[in-house]
Design a protein around this ligand. Structure first.
Ligand code: HEM
Length: 394
């Protein structure tokens, strides 16, 4: 059998449609063209679970480095875009801030204080947009603590995180997005410079403290903290608001979680499978290879669409349904292999152990507020709720 060539597996994709609702396109690609070359993006779209798992099992062939990428230009050369020893050295330095023990014993008390403080304010209001008024400040204030950049206001870290994410996807070279990205990058550099002497004098378990203890070069400290601010804000925010939305939309599953608190974590994992906050991340082919019968050569660029893989019907029964009781629990929402999300345990502690259970406990008779605009979701590379109007008994 001859392998299909690029012309045969080229595919046109409607990016507006993808942003609104990517799942029909993902299903079509999985069924008909799972390694599809999309000329508009100059990348192959990899949509099946097994193919992405294969890629992540072979980091010598499929590389995370992208020397000429926008992400490197905007944030600098972070460990997320390095390979092998170069990646491992820096990842090991920050590991103590991210361990399950740090998440439970060091960060959870602060996460609890932040959630309680936000809910004290919300409780008497009776209604709010839970994206803007709960999930966003919860993620941002947590991130200031974990990074060690406690000199940044939560509103700034949230805004800068968004500006960095917009700038790294600014393929159309919009000058305003580039300017906002630069402003965010400069603001973060200034905050790091100001906090270095503070953390040297008073070391703690924060990421900046670990970087200083590990003698990480300043360029790497800056690039790595930017990647952490980019990834550590929107994803827990989206998992937080998304899990609330999924449970309010499925009252039987909400009752099950309330009756058995061990299910909060399953609900969280099922939500990030169902609507993966990072729906796509890139890899570059490092040596000649073949994927699902498609020949690939060095320099070919791939988008790993985990948002599609996590809905792969070959892997999950009834994949479009949110079902925290499902038996198949292995998903790719945190990636896989050497770059598996460093912040997974921190996100689980923040969202599944603390923020969402406390919200349901404190806001009595919580329900979706359908009196105006309904909750809205958007995105495919990053996907989450844009708004979550809700009300409760004040
Ligand atoms: C629900 C929440 C989260 C999701 C779904 C998520 C998802 C991911 C994914 C898919 C990757 C792999 C990216 C790649 O290989 O290119 C990743 C990497 C990473 N994430 Fe997360 N993330 C979350 C929360 C966080 C948090 C809270 C932090 C930090 C405070 C964080 C820090 C990182 C870092 C540093 C990496 C790079 C790891 C490496 O290259 O070795 N993440 N994350």
């Amino acid at each position: 059998m001859t392998a299909p060539n690029r012309r045969i597996n080229a595919e046109t994709v409607d990016f507006d449609q993808l942003w609104r609702d990517p799942y029909p396109t993902f299903a079509r690609l999985r069924a008909t063209n799972p390694v599809a070359f999309v000329p508009q993006a100059d990348h192959y779209f990899i949509t099946r679970f097994d193919d992405i798992a294969h890629i992540e099992r072979h980091p010598a062939i499929f590389r995370a480095s992208e020397p000429r990428s926008l992400v490197n230009r905007v944030m600098g050369h972070s460990f997320m875009r390095k390979d092998d020893e170069e990646h491992m050295v820096e990842r090991k330095i920050v590991a103590p801030s991210f361990s399950p023990a740090a998440a439970k014993k060091v960060w959870s008390d602060t996460f609890r204080e932040i959630a309680a403080d936000l809910l004290d304010d919300l409780q008497d209001r009776g209604s709010a947009d839970l994206v803007a008024d709960f999930a966003t400040p919860m993620a941002a204030r947590s991130l200031c603590t974990v990074t060690g950049l406690t000199n940044i206001a939560w509103q700034d870290i949230a805004r800068w995180s968004q500006a960095l994410m917009d700038a790294v996807q600014n393929y159309a070279r919009d000058p305003e997005l580039a300017r906002l990205g630069q402003e965010a990058s400069d603001g973060i550099d200034a905050a790091i410079d100001a906090m270095i002497p503070v953390r040297r004098a008073n070391p703690d378990r924060s990421i900046l403290s670990m970087m200083l203890a590990g003698d990480m070069p300043l360029d790497s400290i800056r690039a790595n903290l930017k990647v952490i601010i980019g990834g550590g804000q929107n994803e827990p925010r989206d998992a937080n608001s998304g899990l609330i939305w999924a449970l309010l939309s499925n009252p039987d599953q909400l009752s099950a979680v309330k009756a058995d608190p061990s299910l909060w974590l399953r609900g969280f994992e099922e939500y990030v499978r169902w609507v993966s906050p990072i729906g796509m991340y890139p890899r570059t082919v490092g040596q000649e290879t073949e994927l699902a019968g498609v020949p690939l050569k060095p320099g070919d660029r791939l988008f790993l669409l985990v948002g599609s893989a996590n809905r792969d019907e070959a892997q999950f029964r009834d994949p479009d349904r949110f079902d925290l009781h499902r038996e198949e629990s292995r998903h790719l929402a945190f990636g896989s292999g050497p770059h598996f999300c460093a912040g997974a345990w921190v996100a689980r502690a923040q969202v599944a152990d603390i923020a969402v259970p406390m919200l349901f406990e404190r806001l009595k008779n919580l329900e979706l507020d359908d009196s105006g605009e309904p909750a809205r979701c958007g995105g495919w590379a990053f996907r989450g709720l844009l708004t979550l109007p809700a009300r409760w008994s004040a």
